[in-house]
Design a protein around this ligand. Structure first.
Ligand SMILES: Cc1cc2nc3c(=O)[nH]c(=O)nc-3n(C[C@H](O)[C@H](O)[C@H](O)COP(=O)(O)OP(=O)(O)OC[C@H]3O[C@@H](n4cnc5c(N)ncnc54)[C@H](O)[C@@H]3O)c2cc1C
Length: 249
């Protein structure tokens, strides 16, 4: 991690550049994790990370337009810190607890993405059912009378039901205050991967309509793609599940 915090009198000075900071265009504050200066700089020296609440209007802090993901949403910013003073009161927890705080938050974030993905998937399912009832193909039959299409729709609905059930179970456990690291990894992995498969079938069933810019299915396909990457890629979720299974069971 290249963002660095240097203790300075009654606080810290932060320098670094955070890309893909979601909600940056409308946020007033950001939780920034930085490496404590003087740690992790030499071979074998363990880095210590701390978390800070940074007022984005502080001198030395700029919020710049970020990259636009393939969904086309303007929700990302780059946060550029140049010797930005952060008062000691804005240190979250203790020095050195930054990674624990960040990873704890990411667990909740993973689960909070799932309802968004489910909403997009449910909409795609409804649009696909409508399309299969109204689109007639050779012989004048609606698509939904073809068994090949019926099976696709059945698999899509089953995948959606499983993803929704997992999300409800994991969020209920979180609400009860239970530790849900494994469930959050599993849920985010399964929901993002099944949504991708469901949306891909939705595009397939819509034919050229599903590939046309401006069509809602085309938009939903682009929108859900990023969930296999953000808050940890699917590969990283699998790494996390395997690690927890190997070391905590
Ligand atoms: C829309 C969007 C919003 C985001 N918002 C935020 C945000 O608000 N805050 C924030 O901090 N970040 C944010 N991110 C960044 C996001 O967390 C990273 O993109 C994600 O963690 C993957 O890191 P990377 O892109 O650097 O991929 P890389 O680390 O370069 O990975 C590339 C590929 O290699 C694979 N890979 C890497 N390491 C391993 C491994 N050990 N085992 C197996 N496979 C591996 C990955 O799975 C991936 O397929 C956002 C990203 C997107 C797209």
């Amino acid at each position: 991690m290249r963002t660095v915090a240097v203790p300075d009198g009654d606080g810290y000075r932060l320098t670094g550049h955070k890309v893909f900071s979601s909600a940056g265009p409308f946020a007033d504050f950001a939780i920034v994790v930085a490496r404590m200066a003087g740690t992790g700089e030499q071979e074998g020296d363990k880095p210590r990370f701390s978390a800070f609440l940074v007022d984005l209007d502080s001198p030395g802090c700029r919020v710049e337009d970020g990259a636009t993901p393939m969904s086309g949403e303007h929700i990302e910013s780059d946060i550029v810190l140049e010797d930005c003073h952060v008062p000691a009161a804005n240190l979250l927890g203790e020095e050195g607890e930054g990674m624990r705080i960040a990873l704890g938050r990411v667990t909740t974030n993973r689960l909070l993405h799932c309802p968004t993905v489910l909403g997009a998937t449910r909409r795609a399912l409804a649009l696909t059912l409508d399309r299969t009832r109204t689109r007639t193909v050779a012989g004048g039959q609606p698509l939904l009378t073809l068994q090949a299409i019926q099976h696709k729709v059945a698999d899509m609905a089953t995948g959606y039901y499983a993803a929704r059930s997992m999300t409800y179970a994991a969020l209920a456990a979180l609400d009860e205050g239970r530790e849900v690291h494994t469930e959050a990894f599993m849920c985010k992995l399964f929901v993002a991967e099944s949504a991708f498969r469901i949306l891909d079938e939705a595009v397939q069933i819509h034919g050229k309509e599903g590939l046309t810019q401006g069509n809602e299915i085309e938009y939903l396909f682009r929108k859900i793609r990023m969930f296999r990457v953000l808050t940890g890629t699917s590969e990283i979720q699998r790494n996390g599940i395997a690690k927890l299974l190997a070391f905590h069971h």
